[in-house]
Design a binder for this molecule. Sequence first.
Ligand SMILES: O=c1[nH]c(=O)c2[nH]c(=O)[nH]c2[nH]1
Length: 223
Amino acid sequence: MYQDSSWLEDCKVSKVTAAIVNIVEKPWERVVIDGELHKHGFKLGSEKHTTEVIVHKSGSLQVTSGIEGLSVLKTTQSGFEGFIRDKYTALPETRERMLATEVSASWRYPYDSLSGIPSKPHYFNERYLDIKRSLMETFFGSPKEGVYSPSVQSTLLQMARNVLNSFPDVASIKLKMPNIHFLPVNLSSKNNQIVKFNDDVYMPTDEPHGSIEASLSRIHSKM
Ligand SMILES: O=c1[nH]c(=O)c2[nH]c(=O)[nH]c2[nH]1
């Protein structure tokens, strides 16, 4: 196991100037049978833990970690209003809708050489779990009260800000959160009367959807 970039000397290919390593951790989770954690049974969860490490021959380093495919949905406490309207705007304003998205996040650590990386065991794994928890707490709010989201954009910005405020060892963060729509359905009966379900039946739609993303970094970040 190399602790520095001497592996680049050993590989004797002078044209090699850097190595890029990408790792994806699949979330195998212990199954629960009759309320009890199974001793040897696992099922594959959804979101993945990603990381990319780039080491240059000079010894310089970039470490980025992230989350892919974190699908989340809340059934209330979401709206979208006050946006600019013109003659093409068809979307009604609302203070009550369903909010669903698939969060992709990537954040850069500030370490620029191998010697700067904390030697604490499981440091990166703990930080991944802490950041995931912070993103979820900001998205959902407290279990009983929740938190109102005025738009995906606003919630995304708050999620990124909270990560930068809580974790000094995160230099920058990028979040992508497509707006996955579930539109309320009103069914027509035979004599063309609309049957109102008071917004309790929803239609999942693929298109159109908004691609909403932002990158936030500290003033001195290299991202
Ligand atoms: O939170 C939202 N942001 C948008 O930009 C947008 N656009 C849209 O049609 N619905 C929404 N919702």
